[in-house]
Design a protein around this ligand. Structure first.
Ligand code: ADP
Ligand code: MG
Length: 145
């Protein structure tokens, strides 16, 4: 397995539920370690960057309003096979189909307000990580696994 990096975004509804710590613990328990972390309120441009592929969908406006409604927490996660394993821990986009024990099963309020984002591919992970973080804000290789 290859050591990979991925981006997760704890979405506004999960911030309101006060489960930042629980979500980070789930990643750490699964050997996905935080090597970058930021809290911020996203703006329109940042949401468009993350969700560009969805900009013409009917749900985009609601998704945008939700994503800028409150702060989010951005996490860069380091681990073996991090991109796929992150998505497994997060669960299906629609919480109705999310497996028991996944973050979305436990904390999503709806398909839009589904608690957390995880990069979909290696390309997406790189794009998203370097859009939000400067090189010196990422602590790769400082943490032994
Ligand atoms: P994922 O976040 O699992 O990669 P997508 O990339 O398909 O899912 O969608 C991005 C985000 O847009 C989802 O996490 C969710 O917040 C929202 N979304 C996706 N599909 C729908 C839908 N059919 N109705 C409402 N919101 C949606
Ligand atoms: Mg996606």
């Amino acid at each position: 397995m290859i050591l990979e990096y991925t981006l997760s975004i704890i979405k506004p509804n999960a911030i309101s539920k006060h489960v930042i710590g629980d979500i980070i613990k789930r990643f750490e328990n699964n050997e996905l370690f935080v090597v970058g972390l930021k809290m911020m309120k996203l703006n329109f441009h940042q949401v468009l960057f993350i969700y560009n592929e969805h900009k013409d969908k009917l749900f985009f406006n609601d998704l945008l309003k939700f994503m800028i409604s409150n702060p989010v927490v951005l996490l860069i996660l380091e681990g073996y096979d991090a991109i796929n394993r992150n998505r497994l821990i997060i669960g299906h986009t629609n919480p109705v189909y999310s497996a028991i024990g996944t973050i979305r099963k436990d904390y999503a309020d709806s398909i839009t307000e589904n608690a957390i984002h995880g990069s979909a591919s290696k390309e997406a992970a790189n794009r998203e990580i370097y859009y939000f973080f400067k090189q010196d804000e990422i602590y790769k290789n400082n943490i032994s696994i």
